[in-house]
Design a binder for this molecule. Structure first.
Ligand code: AMP
Length: 221
């Protein structure tokens, strides 16, 4: 299965991607995580990416496309992968079409106002990459590995407003792009995490059951 998770920043793509990759054994390709690793390692790409990311701007298409193409060629992607945060522009989507045949695009739909609210409480674990909400009075420790949580530099309400503008201008046209190609499945992302994953799992279980049925039918022939 080759899938894309689409949606505005802080829609819950990373959280849903973790749950989906665990359940379906897909390789998780998060371009945001890959860029943050480059920053942590102090590479040339990391240096270039840091100021763009901190200001809420996109990293140039050619750099991202080359990075994703290399990652998709790795062995763990052969049986299927989940793209989280890519593509973010029409140029990236066109390049992806030349690299891989995508089965479906899951769009997590959430209103901007909910996102601005959510981002104030969003924290990430620099150790394992897990992201969670922390409310007043709660300990800022990672629920997965116990590490100390931090707020991403690009997660302040002002930067999030800019990221949402960038999303509307550069990424939103992908909704039409994938609708025209009959790949788009919309999920209500305003609901609690478990309800969002229930919608996703229902769709994915349908694909898995269909694939198993087709395998069985071709075995019978
Ligand atoms: P994310 O963790 O997906 O929210 O990504 C964090 C930041 O990394 C984004 O705001 C962009 O600056 C950069 N980034 C991640 N994926 C892409 C992409 N596909 N194209 C361009 N920039 C990206």
């Amino acid at each position: 299965m080759k899938l894309i998770l689409l949606g505005p920043p802080a829609a819950g793509k990373g959280t849903q991607a973790e749950l989906m990759t665990e359940r379906y054994g897909l390789a998780h390709i998060s371009t945001g995580d890959m860029l943050r690793s480059e920053i942590a390692a102090g590479t040339e790409l990391g240096l270039l990416a840091k100021s763009l990311i901190d200001d809420g701007n996109l990293v140039p298409d050619d750099i991202i496309i080359a990075m994703v193409e290399k990652r998709i060629a790795e062995d763990d992607c052969k049986t299927g992968f989940l793209l989280d945060g890519f593509p973010r522009t029409i140029e990236q989507a066109e390049a992806l079409e030349r690299i891989a045949a995508i089965d479906a695009v899951l769009d997590i739909d959430v209103d901007s106002e909910i996102i601005i609210d959510r981002v104030a409480s969003r924290r990430v674990c620099p150790g394992c990459g897990h992201s969670q909400s922390v409310h007043e009075g709660e300990e800022e420790l990672c629920a997965k590995c116990g590490g100390e949580l931090i707020q991403r530099a690009d997660d302040t309400p002002e930067r999030m407003r800019h990221r949402l503008d960038v999303y509307r201008e550069r990424t939103l046209p992908l909704i039409n792009y994938y609708t025209e190609r009959e790949k788009l499945v919309q999920v209500n992302g305003a609901l609690p995490i478990a309800d969002v994953s229930a919608q996703i799992f229902e769709f994915m279980d349908g694909i898995v059951a269909n694939a198993a049925h087709e395998d069985y039918a071709s075995f019978e022939e």
